[in-house]
Design a protein around this ligand. Structure first.
Ligand code: SF4
Length: 355
C-alpha cells in the first residue's frame, strides 16, 4: 500500500484512539488488509477481521462492528459511499501509483479511440491518481479529454462505481466516446446507461474492450426478463440490510404498488441476495439492493430479478424507451420515484428520508 496512505491511517487512529477496530477488505486486497492489521496491532489496537464479502463502500459492516464493540472500521479498497455512518470509518482506498501498466496499455487505448476525438475519461478509485497523467498522454495524441466532476455517491472527479457513473454521463452530450480505466464490470455499467461507445481499459489484463455490443445484448436480456415478469403472481421484493443498499421505503412502496395490481407481493429482507436462499419461494423478485445483481447475477436465478425501473415497465407505467432514456441503472433508487414518474397511477411515494 502507498506509504502516505498508511501514514494517514495511523494518524487517524492516533487521533481517535480506538481500542478495537473491524477491518474489512475485498478478497483481492487481503495482503493490504494484513499490512494494515500489522500496523494497527503495533499501535496496540485490537483488530477483528471481517470474514464476510465486501462488495463496495455500500457494504459497511456496521452491524458486526457494533455487535463486537468495535470503535471504528477500516474499510479497504473503496471510497466513501455511506454518509454519516454510525461508527467512524477510515477508507483505505489503496490507490495505485505505478503508471507503467497504464503506459504499456496506451497504444491499445489509442487504437481503440481512433475516430473518437472527444473522450470522457473515468476510473475506479484505485486508478484515480493515474488519471491526470493518462489524460495528458491522450491529449498529446490529439484527443480532447474531459473528466467529470463528482456527484451522487462519487467523491472524486472522474471516479466511477458499478452503480454510479454521474461523472461520465454528465459529459455524454460533449464526448464521442468514454474510456473507463478499470475492469470490464465497470465499463459495462456505463455502456448500459450511456448511448456513446464505451471502452474499458484494464491495466491488470492489459486489454481494452469495447462494450456497446455487450451492453445491447444485456439490455435485450433484461427486456426478456420484464416480459417474463408479466406472467408472475408471487413476487418477493428484496430489501438489503447493507447500509448503502438499504432502501426500505422504496421496497415497501413497491410492495404496495404490486399489491395494488393484484400481485401477491412480500417484503423480503436479506444481507446477501442469493438464489439458493430465495428460489422456490417466489415466481419473481424485485431487487432494491445493488442494481448490478440484476445484471451480473440474473443467470444464477431461475426467476426474473427486476430493478425498480424495470417493474415500472412491466406494469406499463412507463416505456422501455423511457427507462433507457433515463438510464437503465439510474433506476437505482435515488430520485426517480419522487420525481416525474410519480403520478396518480402510483401509490403515495415514500418520503426522501424513507427511501
Ligand atoms: S455497484 Fe453495488 S456493490 Fe458496487 S457500490 Fe454500487 S451498490 Fe455497492
Amino acid at each position: 500500500m502507498p506509504s502516505d496512505e498508511l501514514e494517514r491511517l495511523l494518524a487517524w487512529v492516533r487521533e481517535r484512539s480506538p481500542r478495537r477496530v473491524l477491518l474489512q477488505a475485498p478478497p483481492g486486497l487481503t495482503e493490504v488488509a494484513r499490512e494494515a492489521a500489522r500496523a494497527l496491532g503495533e499501535m496496540g489496537v485490537e483488530v477483528v477481521v471481517s470474514g464476510g464479502m465486501c462488495w463496495g463502500g455500500c457494504d459497511l459492516a456496521l452491524r458486526e462492528a457494533a455487535e463486537l464493540g468495535c470503535d471504528a472500521i477500516v474499510h479497504v479498497g473503496h471510497a466513501e459511499f455511506v454518509r454519516s455512518p454510525s461508527i467512524p470509518v477510515f477508507y483505505l482506498e489503496h490507490r495505485y501509483q505505478n503508471y507503467e501498466p497504464v503506459a504499456s496499455l496506451l497504444p491499445e487505448m489509442l487504437k481503440a479511440l481512433e475516430g473518437y476525438r472527444r473522450v470522457g475519461l473515468g476510473a475506479t478509485v484505485q486508478y484515480l491518481d493515474l488519471l491526470g497523467r493518462l489524460a495528458e498522454d491522450l491529449r498529446r495524441a490529439g484527443h480532447v479529454v474531459m473528466i467529470g466532476r463528482p456527484s451522487n455517491h462519487l467523491r472524486y472527479s472522474g471516479q466511477v462505481l458499478g452503480c454510479d457513473y454521474s461523472t461520465m454521463t454528465s459529459l455524454d452530450g460533449e464526448v464521442d466516446a468514454h474510456l473507463v480505466l478499470g475492469s470490464v464490470f465497470h465499463g459495462l455499467g456505463l455502456a448500459l446507461i450511456s448511448r456513446k461507445e464505451v471502452f474499458a481499459a484494464d491495466p491488470h489484463s492489459q486489454k481494452v474492450v469495447p462494450l456497446r455490443e455487450t451492453a445491447e445484448k444485456v439490455l435485450r436480456k433484461r427486456y426478456a426478463q420484464i416480459l417474463a415478469f408479466r406472467s408472475c403472481r408471487r413476487v418477493g421484493v428484496v430489501v438489503s440490510v447493507k447500509p448503502g443498499q438499504r432502501y426500505f421505503g422504496l421496497a415497501r412502496w413497491l410492495v404496495g404498488l404490486l399489491r395494488g395490481r393484484g400481485l401477491d407481493a412480500e417484503l423480503v429482507v436479506v444481507d446477501e441476495v442469493r438464489a439458493e436462499d430465495l428460489e422456490g419461494r417466489y415466481e419473481a423478485l424485485v431487487n432494491t439492493a445493488c442494481p448490478r445483481l440484476s445484471v451480473e447475477d440474473q443467470d444464477r436465478f431461475r426467476v426474473p430479478v427486476l430493478l425498480p425501473g424495470e417493474v415500472m415497465v412491466a406494469l406499463g407505467l412507463t416505456s422501455w424507451e423511457e427507462l433507457l432514456r433515463r438510464g437503465f441503472l439510474s433506476s437505482y433508487p435515488q430520485s426517480w420515484v419522487m420525481e416525474s414518474w410519480t403520478s396518480s397511477a402510483l401509490p403515495e411515494s415514500p418520503s426522501p428520508s424513507e427511501v
